[in-house]
Ligand binder design. Structure first.
Ligand SMILES: NC(=O)CC(=O)C(=O)O
Length: 304
């Protein structure tokens, strides 16, 4: 491949890791997977949501790391590997402790091993389907306050974590700021995954005509927990094409991201030129919605 000043084609690896309660083991396995992905030519490696320990609300605090205080074995390992292999890593997420709170945090690390950006999950997952699944992340985590878009060697990347994918406004914001790729380290489950996982990543990609990468932990069918992981990490192109996809078991999948297809897709299907800013604007939706009370938001008005 011949690259001009800035290379447009990049191999992206999604490391769908098997995650256990053994943190040292998880870090060692992640290191081996990231190194192997780099050796296979990946310039960007993406890890899952909560990969240093199990996604079990009751045990997360005992695994939390102080990233800003420099006491984070998980992030130190990623920095070492990024620098040794000269790659960019979207480091999934780990439980982060800071100011007496806990966040669900993704670090983006550059080829010099330095942290380029830190994203704290903005929308905390909340679901209550009686008899099936009930989970409220906000009982455990504090939500982040900042959106995250970062320039890297493989393009401009917007970051969201799992449930953040359900909020199209965030993806639209990243698109408007020139993102080439949105990465969503995630951990969907068996109740949400089958119907929503593929649909949402393709929706964010085709609505915004950019690349979307998701990375999940592997499913453990023997796990003694009511939260069984869906898996199926994927790389989606700007026309909704599946460029790489894992099953539900532990695997690394690598896909090629050709950034020039963003422009060609936008020329072929010029959505941005057709947007009816005279009839609707995102700002109106946001302002109207934020003025409503929480109970108003939950209730759909029925016709009289
Ligand atoms: N971890 C999550 O945010 C899970 C989620 O969004 C889901 O649908 O499952």
């Amino acid at each position: 491949m011949v690259c001009s000043l800035v290379c447009d084609q990049h191999k992206v690896a999604l490391c769908q890791l098997a995650v256990t309660p053994d943190k040292d083991g998880n870090i060692a396995r992640a290191r081996a997977r990231v190194e192997a992905a780099a050796d296979a030519g990946a310039k960007l490696v993406v890890l899952p949501e909560i990969w240093s320990c199990s996604y079990a609300m009751e045990t997360l605090a005992s695994y939390a790391e102080d990233i800003d205080g420099g006491e984070s074995p998980s992030i130190s390992m990623l920095s070492e590997v990024a620098a040794a292999k000269k790659i960019t890593i979207v480091g999934g997420s780990i439980p982060e402790k800071a100011s007496g709170k806990m966040f669900n945090t993704c670090c983006v690390i550059g080829p010099d091993g330095k942290i380029l950006a830190k994203h704290r999950k903005l929308h905390l997952f909340e679901i209550d389907i009686p008899g099936d699944i009930t989970l409220k992340e906000s009982d455990t985590f504090t939500g982040g306050q900042e959106t995250t878009i970062v320039d890297t060697d493989v393009g401009r990347i917007g970051i969201g974590i799992c449930h953040d994918i359900r909020f199209p406004e965030l993806a639209m914001l990243y698109r408007s700021k020139g993102a080439h790729l949105i990465c969503y380290p995630s951990a969907f489950n068996m109740s949400t995954g089958e119907l929503l996982w593929d649909l949402m990543q393709k929706s964010r990609a085709v609505d915004n005509q950019l690349f979307v990468a998701t990375c999940s932990p592997a499913r453990d069918p023997n796990v003694n927990s009511d939260y069984m992981i869906w898996g199926h990490s994927s790389l989606i192109g700007p026309f909704g094409e599946v460029l790489a996809a894992a099953g539900h078991e532990e695997a690394t999948v690598i896909g090629e991201m050709d950034l020039t297809t963003i422009q060609s897709t936008r020329e072929n299907l010029p959505l941005e030129m057709q947007r009816r800013g005279d009839l609707y604007r995102l700002i109106d939706v946001l302002v109207n919605d934020s003025m409503k009370s929480r109970s108003d938001k939950l209730c759909l008005k029925m016709p009289a």
